[in-house]
Design a protein around this ligand. Structure first.
Ligand code: BV8
Ligand code: ZN
Length: 278
């Protein structure tokens, strides 16, 4: 990671009227949440054809319920032990300085919020929320609620019911209409939540700098977001450990781990910021 690139990005951030961040699993990797692709990724152990969509999960549940429980337990335990890393904290500080106006994330963890960001647009949903399949009512489960689910995985003998019905037992009924609750996350082949998606597009089309951090830029429609920003004239700063399909539209590319890079970037900005503006 070249010092001069960092300087350029800091200048860009100080100049920007509206900086927005677009993040993927890579920003949470240093917090111990495995990414999806690449070495040791989630999809290595749990192929997305079976674990990334509801049909696949329902089939796996029929043939191998124990493996589905292991998948849910692994995902929940990684989520529960994770703490924000310097990248999440740097974004929280950039928001506090009113440089960063929002974070659009593909991640379903809550590390941006724990890192101090308030305007977090979660286009693939959130693991700590359940949603009613009938009326759409949301329920925040919090860490305690998720811990109880991990415990009940071990004791609840999943009667031979369908996967979604079993999930409904696990998550309890909707308080508003008694309907079946499901995780408020977007599986493959499911539509993204309209409100979050329209907010994300509006933010992308009105920013003049986008930090694109830790995403492989493979999953659509999410991967369109940086292209929308580019088309609207924004500078694109890609922070990633490797090249991605988004690299070709990057104004600046910083190759390195998000935590270390964003930590360095923020301390440079703080020194430059106060020096210039002090
Ligand atoms: C939809 C939630 C339609 C669940 C996720 C063929 C071509 C194009 C598209 C498609 C196609 N076939 C199907 C599709 C559509 C499909 C899709 O895009 N598939 C891809 C695989 C081709 N998309 C969908 O199905 C979407 N829905 O299209 O619906 C529709 C419309 C109307 C009505 C009905 C239906 C839904 C997509 C959402 C799926 N849900 N997750 C869960 O979490 O289990 S996707 C999953 O992958 C994650 O949520 C994540 O958002 C997404 C992308 O992954 P990344 O975040 O980028 O992570 P990844 O591991 O890939 O990469 C990590 C990156 O970080 C790497 O670049 C790595 O180098 C870097 N890195 C690692 N460590 C670090 C780091 N960088 C910095 N520092 C580090 N330390
Ligand atoms: Zn309901």
């Amino acid at each position: 990671m070249e010092e001069k690139d960092l300087e350029q990005v800091v200048r860009g951030l100080l100049r920007a009227k509206k900086a927005v961040a677009f993040t993927g699993a890579g920003i949470s990797a240093e917090s111990g949440i495995p990414t999806f692709r690449g070495e040791g990724g989630v999809w290595d152990k749990y192929p997305p054809s079976r674990f990334g969509n509801l049909l696949g999960l329902s089939w796996e549940w029929l043939v191998n319920p124990g493996r589905v429980k292991d998948f849910i337990k692994d995902v929940l335990e990684a989520f529960l032990q994770a703490q924000p890393n310097p990248a999440h904290l740097a974004l929280g500080r950039l928001e506090a300085l009113r440089i960063l106006k929002s974070v659009i994330t593909q991640n379903i963890d809550n590390l941006h919020e724990k890192g101090g960001c308030h305007k977090v647009i979660k286009i693939h949903g959130s693991l700590d929320r359940a949603r009613c399949s009938r009326c759409g009512a949301l329920r925040l489960m919090g860490d305690q609620g998720l811990r109880e689910i991990v415990q009940s995985l071990g004791i609840r003998k999943g009667r031979r019911v369908g996967f979604l019905k079993w999930l409904g037992y696990l998550l309890g009924e909707c308080e508003s209409c008694g309907g079946r609750m499901r995780p408020d996350i977007v599986f493959f082949y499911e539509a993204l939540p309209m409100d979050a998606w329209s907010q994300a597009m509006a933010e992308a089309q009105s920013c003049d700098l986008m930090l694109v951090i830790g995403t492989s830029g493979i999953v659509y429609p999410a991967a369109q977001i940086p292209f929308l920003a580019k088309r609207a004239g924004a500078e694109i700063v890609e922070i990633n450990q490797e090249v991605s399909p988004l690299s070709r539209i990057a104004t600046y590319r910083i190759e390195g781990p998000a935590g270390e890079t964003m930590g360095k970037l923020f301390s440079l900005l703080e020194s430059k910021n106060f020096r210039e503006w002090g």
